[in-house]
Design a protein around this ligand. Structure first.
Ligand code: AMP
Length: 115
């Protein structure tokens, strides 16, 4: 697991971990885009969304369900929030360990700036 997220999973780098089970780990983004900004990652190494396989279906479901639970815990479920997975260069992916962003706590505006 060559990324900073691998180090976080191994306990070799600090992180504000808010949830962990056998499948996924969730921690606060170091540069939050809103008052709640949590990253939910698989404990197994998957670099990008392109590398997800059929056998990962349950794992992806677990990531989504974790986001739902954490949104409720953070008190942002009713007002709403956004879930994002960036993939590769055009998607703006910076860390190549699959992660789901859970962002909320303010109106987030349009999803994509149109040009
Ligand atoms: P992405 O652009 O989808 O790859 O997002 C990567 C996210 O990881 C960014 O929002 C970064 O702020 C966040 N990030 C990078 N390093 C760390 C870290 N050590 N702890 C928590 N979040 C991080």
């Amino acid at each position: 697991m060559p990324t900073i997220f691998g180090k976080i999973l191994r306990g070799e780098a600090p992180a504000d971990i808010v949830y962990k089970d056998d499948w996924v780990t969730a921690f606060r983004d170091i540069h939050p885009a809103a008052s709640t900004h949590i990253l939910i990652i698989p404990n197994k190494y998957i670099p990008t969304m392109n590398d997800v396989e059929e056998d990962d279906a349950l794992l992806l479901g677990r990531m989504m369900l974790t986001a739902k639970k954490l949104a409720a815990q953070e008190g942002i479920a009713e007002d709403g929030y956004r879930l994002i997975i960036n993939c590769n260069r055009h998607g703006g992916q910076e860390v190549y360990h699959l992660h789901l962003h859970l962002i909320g706590g303010r109106p987030l505006g349009p999803m994509i700036l149109r040009r």
